[in-house]
Design a protein around this ligand. Structure first.
Ligand SMILES: [Zn+2]
Length: 271
C-alpha cells in the first residue's frame, strides 16, 4: 500500500471516527442551545460538503499527498534536501503546512472577493461540528490551489503531509464542537492546538473577534502574528455567533449557502 492509498483509507476512519466522537460529546454535553435542530443542520451541511468533495474530485484531481509524492524530486524544493536531519524537516513541514492554512485563512478575511465566499462559512447561525462541513465550493478550490502550491514549493516529506491532512480533518470537526474542554485542559490546549472555545471566538458576529484566532491546528501563528484573542468581547456566555443580521433559520437553506456570495455585497467591517 502506498502513501496515497494509506491516506485515502485513513481519511475515512478519521472522518467517521471524529464525527461520531464529537457528535456524542456535544450531544451529551452541549455548550449552547441551537437555533435550528441538529438533524437539519447536519443534513444540509452534508449536502454542501458532498458537492464540494464531488466538485474537487472532478476538477482538481491532484490530492495534497499525490502532490507531495510528485514534488519529492523537485530540485528547487525547500524540504527535500539531505540537511537538516529528517526529524527536523518533518516537524518543520507539519508546522509550515499549518502556517500555509493560517495565511490562506487570513487571505479569505482580508481580500473582499474571497471574503464573499468565506462568509458562507461564517453565516452559520449556530456553531457545532457540522459547521466544519459548511464551506463554499469556491473557497475549497481557492484553499486547494494555495495548499497544493505550497506543497510543490516546500517538497515536504510525504508522511508529514499525510499526518497534516488527517489532523486537519480531525480539527474540522473538533474545532467546531458545540462543547468545551474541561477548564484545565482548555488552558493547556491553548499552547498546543486550537480548542473549540478558541475557534468559537473567530465565529463571533463582532468583527474584532472574527479577525482573531485564524489558526487551523496550532495556535502558534495567531500568537506570533498578533491575531490571538483569549476571550471574546462579550465573554463565551454572551458570544453571538454568525454574521450580524443573518442569524436566521434561512441561513441553513442549501440554496442560500450556494448563492449567497453572488447575491449581496460584503458586510461592512470586513472588506
Ligand atoms: Zn474565518
Amino acid at each position: 500500500m502506498d502513501w496515497v492509498q494509506l491516506e485515502g483509507a485513513a481519511y475515512w476512519w478519521v472522518f467517521v471516527g471524529t464525527f461520531l466522537g464529537v457528535a456524542i460529546w456535544e450531544t451529551c454535553r452541549p455548550l449552547r442551545p441551537l437555533l435550528v435542530n441538529a438533524g437539519r443542520r447536519w443534513r444540509n451541511h452534508a449536502v454542501v460538503w458532498f458537492v464540494c468533495a464531488a466538485g474537487l474530485a472532478l476538477t482538481a484531481r491532484v490530492s495534497p499527498v499525490l502532490a507531495a509524492v510528485s514534488a519529492a524530486g523537485n530540485p528547487y524544493g525547500i524540504l527535500n534536501k539531505s540537511q537538516p536531519p529528517i526529524p527536523f524537516r518533518w516537524l518543520l513541514a507539519v508546522a509550515l503546512l499549518d502556517l500555509t492554512r493560517y495565511l490562506l485563512h487570513v487571505g479569505l478575511h482580508r481580500i473582499p472577493g474571497l471574503w464573499r465566499f468565506h462568509e458562507v462559512h461564517h453565516s452559520d447561525p449556530d456553531f457545532d461540528l457540522s459547521t466544519g462541513l459548511r464551506v463554499h465550493p469556491m473557497e475549497v478550490l481557492f484553499n486547494q490551489a494555495g495548499y497544493l502550491s505550497a506543497i510543490l514549493l516546500l517538497a515536504p516529506p510525504v508522511s508529514a503531509v499525510v499526518v497534516s491532512e488527517l489532523t486537519s480533518v480531525f480539527m474540522s470537526f473538533f474545532g467546531h464542537a458545540n462543547a468545551s474542554l474541561p477548564p484545565r485542559l482548555e488552558k493547556l490546549s491553548r499552547y498546543l492546538f486550537v480548542s473549540p472555545d478558541m475557534h468559537r471566538i473567530h465565529h463571533s458576529e463582532a468583527i474584532s473577534d472574527q479577525n482573531a484566532n485564524l489558526g487551523d491546528i496550532f495556535p502558534w501563528w495567531d500568537r506570533m502574528f498578533g491575531s490571538y484573542l483569549a476571550s471574546p468581547q462579550a465573554g463565551q456566555e454572551g458570544l453571538v455567533v454568525g454574521i450580524h443580521g443573518k442569524q436566521q433559520p434561512m441561513s441553513l437553506d442549501i440554496g442560500f449557502m450556494f448563492s449567497h456570495p453572488f447575491r449581496r455585497k460584503p458586510e461592512a467591517g470586513n472588506p
